[in-house]
Design a protein around this ligand. Structure first.
Ligand SMILES: Nc1ncnc2c1ncn2[C@@H]1O[C@H](COP(=O)(O)OP(=O)(O)O)[C@@H](O)[C@H]1O
Ligand SMILES: [Mg+2]
Length: 245
């Protein structure tokens, strides 16, 4: 597995956080203030939870990181790039440095497990010989090699999320972002997905996970960023998640 995800013993540029927001605010066109005065810096290699009640701004925070949206004000830097100064043509390069998974998996229903992962490489022009080498490595990492030729409908929810995680890792991203990845899963399966995310983090990938799951956050003792009404109300090293959401 050593060649699969490159171990990153040093941040991509020395001392610079892999994610940073400075005085970030985001107001939607309808006037809704989704984020306000957010300042945060996440070092390379971290595992960070993003928590808060529904509507707190977690998904908006994530949309800013992948430049799906620009902030109304403030500065966002990801993987060494200033997202406000970035030209449109540079966005695909940014997105290859970030893997993302969602609560609803978003697999292509008519493609097999193998094809779902391979397709993410094909669309960026990776040669077939590399795809045939890389896909089985990724399916092994997520424990799905035996399901390579199954369709998403033939898999459990946890297995579908593993496919989505394998797909998110095709380009060996610096950062893996997960927006409520266990939201559709039972508690046992949720823990299995968390263990996989930890394994990926230990291989050197920075992991940011938005979640409602208080039990997981409390048990993990990792850094917790808490949003409420668009404000970052807590940023603690190994905080427990005291509020009932
Ligand atoms: N496209 C949009 N247009 C207007 N308001 C939005 C849009 N997307 C989200 N919001 C609002 O912004 C706030 C934050 O939403 P979101 O980032 O999705 O929160 P969370 O992921 O924590 O549930 C909510 O009040 C939500 O209704
Ligand atoms: Mg959300």
């Amino acid at each position: 597995m050593t060649s699969l995800l490159r171990r990153r013993t040093k941040p991509e540029s020395a001392d610079a956080p892999v994610i940073s927001m400075v005085d970030v605010g985001m107001t939607y066109p309808n006037g809704k203030v989704a984020l306000a005065d957010v300042n945060v810096a996440i070092p390379a290699g971290a595992f960070v939870f993003l928590v808060g009640p529904s509507g707190a701004g977690k998904s908006t925070f994530i949309r800013l990181l992948i430049r799906e949206q620009l902030p109304t004000h403030g500065n966002v830097r990801v993987a060494g790039r200033d997202l406000l100064r970035m030209r449109r043509g540079q966005v695909p390069g940014l997105r290859r440095r970030i893997g993302i998974v969602f609560q609803d998996f978003r697999l292509l229903p008519s493609k097999t497990v193998w094809e779902n992962v391979a397709f993410a490489l094909e669309v960026t022009g990776v040669p077939g010989i590399q795809i045939r080498r890389r896909v089985p490595q990724l399916l092994n990492l997520v424990g799905l090699h035996e399901h390579a030729h199954h369709l998403p409908t033939q898999l459990s929810g946890g297995e579908q999320q593993r496919v989505a995680i394998a797909r998110a890792l095709v380009h060996d991203p610096a950062i893996l972002i997960a927006d409520e990845p266990t939201g559709n899963l039972d508690p046992v399966t949720s823990w299995e997905i968390i263990q996989l995310l930890i394994q990926i983090n230990q291989l050197g990938t920075t992991v940011l996970m938005a979640t409602h799951n208080q039990e997981i956050v409390n048990a993990m003792r990792r850094r917790v960023l808490a949003l409420e009404g668009g404000h970052l109300v807590r940023d603690e090293g190994t905080a427990s998640y005291e509020r009932e959401y």
